[in-house]
Design a protein around this ligand. Structure first.
Ligand code: BGC
Length: 359
């Protein structure tokens, strides 16, 4: 009995310490908003609400080769991201580091590089979202420089086999590691093809990770517009990932990798723009209310070609719109040129963006 009390007291102390740590990093559920969790387990519901404020370590491990897009994953980034955010999303381009045949054997050196990051983040107490990012061929998109093409007949099987290997490698990792099947399915995956493929990949993951939370997002680049087309397998540990860059002509102004770059000079946020921003998250909230599966905002960001005042207003508005609906979020991105919150040049915060996200 005494030991029971000691254990209870210790557990209470640990929970208290965890809660204090969580408070320091802020969370989307601070406001006490809850999503409908009627179709997921209690553990996945709690996890979805604990993801809180997050950031993407973007343009690093999902470049065709790490460094191709100007940033490499430095140990310091892991420390800073984990200290200030509760969740880190780690985009990874496995497909370009795996053999071209159907078995898609992942290059061990690359797998170790990714695992170094995952383990370091988990050791620092954050939630980690590990995904398959930029497998361009699977959506029928053109390839990036330094990306290789594979036989079209093996593209989907490779995807399943990539997940088989990731799932095996991480099967004993803490439940704070969340898998996300595919970033922004689009093009030829739109609608039903993605429902079929996602179910197959999930079945493969479930062989080794029966209870881990897995994120699956709608097609059309994880756009809420395609939520009605998303048909999920029966599974009590799913979270739905959506992305938003509305209004697109503001967030993607001046992006040079678009086939036709959009003009710069767009400001934000007037009443119409604000309405489109809140409408997006309201659609996500309504979908959650109907389906009982929590939603996570895995990417949002405003390209650095926009003026800072507008980008700050946009970031703050989106953050508030998500948090008031109990939706955890991850900013796109940490230290690169889309909308980094940390500057590799000054080795310091991009303070106005940091404030908009975290203060
Ligand atoms: C892509 C990035 C892009 C961002 C905004 C992400 O999903 O991976 O390359 O900068 O969306 O468009």
């Amino acid at each position: 009995m005494f030991m029971q009390h000691v254990r209870t007291a210790l557990a209470a102390l640990m929970l208290g310490a965890l809660a204090m740590g969580a408070q320091a990093r802020g969370s989307a559920d601070d406001a006490g908003r809850q999503q409908n969790c009627s179709n997921v387990s209690r553990a996945t519901c709690t996890l979805a609400h604990s993801l809180g404020r997050g950031v993407n370590l973007g343009n690093m491990l999902e470049a065709p080769r790490e460094g191709d897009w100007g940033v490499k994953l430095e140990p310091e980034y892991i420390d800073i991201a984990a200290k200030h955010f509760r969740t880190v999303r780690l985009p990874v381009r496995w497909s370009n580091h795996a053999s071209p045949g159907a078995d898609a054997t992942i290059d061990e050196a690359f797998a170790r590089r990714v695992q170094w990051a995952v383990d370091a983040l988990l050791a620092r107490g954050v939630y980690v979202i590990l995904n398959v990012h930029h497998y361009s061929q699977i959506s029928g998109n053109g390839l990036h420089n330094h990306e290789f093409r594979v036989d079209p007949d093996v593209v989907d099987t490779r995807f399943i086999n990539i997940w088989k290997q990731i799932a095996e490698r991480y099967k004993s990792h803490p439940q704070r590691l969340v898998f996300e099947l595919l970033n922004e399915p689009n093009g030829k995956l739109d609608g039903e093809p993605w429902n079929v493929l996602a179910a197959k990949a999930l079945a493969e993951v479930r062989k080794t990770n029966p209870d881990r939370a897995v994120m699956i997002g709608p097609t059309y680049w994880n756009n809420v517009r395609d939520l009605p087309k998303l048909k999920l397998p029966a599974d009590r540990n799913l979270i739905v990932a959506v992305h938003t860059y509305d209004p697109f002509d503001f967030t993607h102004q001046g992006v040079t990798w678009r086939p036709e770059p959009m003009p710069t000079g767009k400001t934000c946020c007037n009443a119409t723009q604000k309405r489109s921003m809140s409408d997006t998250l309201e659609k996500a909230r309504r979908w959650n209310a109907q389906h009982g599966i929590p939603v996570h905002l895995g990417e949002f960001g405003a390209h650095s070609a926009g003026d800072m005042e507008s980008r700050v207003a946009w970031a703050r508005t989106m953050r508030d719109e998500a948090e008031k609906r109990g939706i955890g979020w991850a900013w796109w991105e940490f230290a690169s040129d889309f909308s980094g919150v940390w500057s590799p040049e000054t080795r310091g915060w991009v303070e106005p963006i940091r404030r908009a996200l975290l203060d």
